[in-house]
Design a protein around this ligand. Structure first.
Ligand SMILES: Cc1cc2nc3c(=O)[nH]c(=O)nc-3n(C[C@H](O)[C@H](O)[C@H](O)COP(=O)(O)OP(=O)(O)OC[C@H]3O[C@@H](n4cnc5c(N)ncnc54)[C@H](O)[C@@H]3O)c2cc1C
Length: 498
């Protein structure tokens, strides 16, 4: 294929949350560089984080779009949506698409994300049977909603963040839901066992049962139906007492067993891949300086980040670098903060949460009221928050996030970290007391000062502030905080200065 007539510019592979953000960040800095983006999914990019809300019926698919399709044409971006890049020819500096086309590049940016991990259940080599769906894309989400119509019993395999959000969404649609989880407690990566127990209890009250230590060995499949193979249940390993495998019956099975970075293309092109594509702090492949990688397919400092905040931070850093806006920009790692998006369950977890009282280096402050579904824990080392769990009541999540994020010294009034406003003091989360430099929107790295500046620039509602600063447009968890700050600014303005 002759590509010599085409100008070499930037080619982005993957138009998910990282790739689409990178493209808009580049155009915000440089309107001229030739820019092509390939997206295997045949639609405008969307906020994958909010798929759980779509599954739960709290958002519609048309409300979670990220970049309007018209934007590409208006901004001279060659968007090849529904086209997968099938090969990278590094020697020629060309990518080849599934549409038979090819595009030359000077800089290649890989943002291929992850795929759902589906365990190799016997008999599913050709794909999952009808009624069994993994949960990663909008198509998956639609398939689950479709399958949930007319279904009564759902099994979710995997009790991590995604599995629990899916389970809660399905229970909200009236299904009888069981989560089968291999570990001894739910969300074991983010929670300690005590928190996992309180979470399981809360979920039970919301119609989601959890079965822990569950060793799923396969799917029970009816192969005789006229419409083809259909799932009828999930098989668990036989108990030590003998007998056949136990079957948990289900007419809908959601597989939420984690993700694997999509690195096949990079590996085939000879780039160094560990769990992800290995990059340095300029997000450059350690194998080839003309290739960069960001988002869930990349690995920096031994870590593959599975959250949107680091991916969006990387997008900004990389846009600064490749457009020459800031040659000193670097990605030096990110702190991981997880917020569950499940109706009726408030949960935020950050950092190291598994320390117990037996570690002399770490001070633990803990409060539990299982009856009310509340569990709070803060882990402190050298006077700084190194981890926290807030379950049931998350009123101080913003403050804890800021203390953790900036490794800032703890306030002397430690109880206010758990109980806002205790003792008559002004709550630490009050907009008055939040310093200007404090991050309010973690996904988009927007500070209180940024919100104030936006207000001073003329924005008068939380919607306007969110649209201009992007605060609240990631996981949406900071929306209340943004509204609080906007109301406070409005109040201040209406009170005449004395
Ligand atoms: C249901 C759900 C809930 C989540 N909740 C949260 C949350 O609360 N907070 C949080 O921080 N994160 C959450 N996440 C994770 C978050 O969505 C990811 O971290 C984020 O999407 C990563 O962005 P990415 O661009 O690296 O990958 P993706 O968003 O997966 O995008 C990768 C894109 O690349 C495309 N692609 C792959 N290979 C090719 C190819 N060869 N050619 C062309 N295109 C290709 C894929 O089709 C895909 O569209 C959630 C994820 C899911 C599924």
């Amino acid at each position: 294929m002759n590509t010599s007539a085409q100008p070499k510019g930037m080619v982005v592979v993957g138009n998910g949350m990282a790739g689409s953000r990178f493209v808009t960040e580049v155009r915000a800095r440089d309107s001229r560089v030739p820019l092509t983006v390939y997206g295997a999914e045949p639609r405008q990019p969307y906020n994958r984080v909010l798929l759980s809300n779509v599954l739960a019926g709290r958002s519609r698919p048309d409300q979670i779009g990220l970049v309007d399709p018209a934007w590409y044409g208006d901004n001279a971006v060659d968007a090849r949506l529904g086209v997968e890049v099938v090969r990278i020819d590094r020697e020629a500096g060309v990518v080849h698409g599934s549409d038979g086309g090819a595009v030359p590049y000077e800089t290649l940016v890989l943002a291929t994300g992850s795929n759902s991990f589906v365990p190799p259940f016997p008999g599913t080599e050709g794909g999952l049977p009808a009624g069994a769906v993994a949960f990663r894309t909008l198509d998956d989400c639609r398939a689950i909603i479709e399958a949930a119509r007319g279904a009564h019993r759902a099994v979710v395999i995997g009790g991590g963040l995604l599995g629990i959000e899916a389970a809660r969404g399905l229970a909200g649609r009236g299904l009888d839901v069981v989560v089968l989880h291999r570990a001894g407690h739910l969300m074991e990566r983010q929670l300690d066992p005590a928190a996992g127990k309180v979470l399981a209890r809360t979920l039970r009250l919301l119609g989601v049962r959890s079965r822990l230590g569950a060793d799923v060995t396969g799917l029970r499949i009816d192969r005789d139906g006229a419409a083809g193979p259909r799932v009828t249940g999930v098989e668990l390993a036989a108990s030590a007492g003998g007998g056949g495998p136990e079957v948990v019956e289900a007419d809908l099975v959601v597989v939420a067993c984690g993700v694997r970075p999509e690195v096949g293309l990079a590996r085939a092109a000879g780039l160094e891949v560990d769990r992800g594509i290995v990059v340095d702090e300029t997000l450059r492949s350690v194998t080839d300086p003309s290739v960069r990688a960001l988002g869930e397919c990349s690995q920096y400092g031994g870590t593959v980040y599975g959250l949107v905040a680091p991916a969006w931070e990387q997008a900004g850093v990389l846009a600064d670098l490749v457009t020459g806006t800031d040659a000193a920009a670097r990605f030096t790692g990110a702190r991981e903060i997880t917020r569950l998006k499940a109706a009726g369950v408030d949960l935020v977890s950050m950092g190291e949460t598994h320390h117990g009282d037996d570690d002399p280096e770490v001070e633990i402050i803990q409060y539990a009221d299982a009856g009310r579904g509340t569990y709070k824990k803060v882990s402190i080392r050298d006077g700084r928050v190194i981890g926290a769990i807030l379950l049931g009541e998350t009123g101080t999540a913003g403050t804890l996030t800021r203390l953790y994020d900036r490794a800032a010294p703890l306030p002397t009034d430690r109880l206010s970290l758990f109980f806002p406003g205790l003792g008559g003091a002004q709550p630490v989360d009050s907009p008055v007391r939040i310093p200007d430099g404090a991050t309010i929107c973690n996904c988009n790295n927007v500070s209180k000062g940024g919100i104030r500046a936006c207000w001073e620039g003329g924005a008068r509602t939380a919607d306007e502030v969110c649209a201009r600063t992007r605060a609240g447009t990631g996981c949406g968890g900071c929306r209340d905080a943004v509204e609080g700050i906007v109301s406070w600014l409005a109040e201040r303005e209406s009170v005449p200065a004395r």
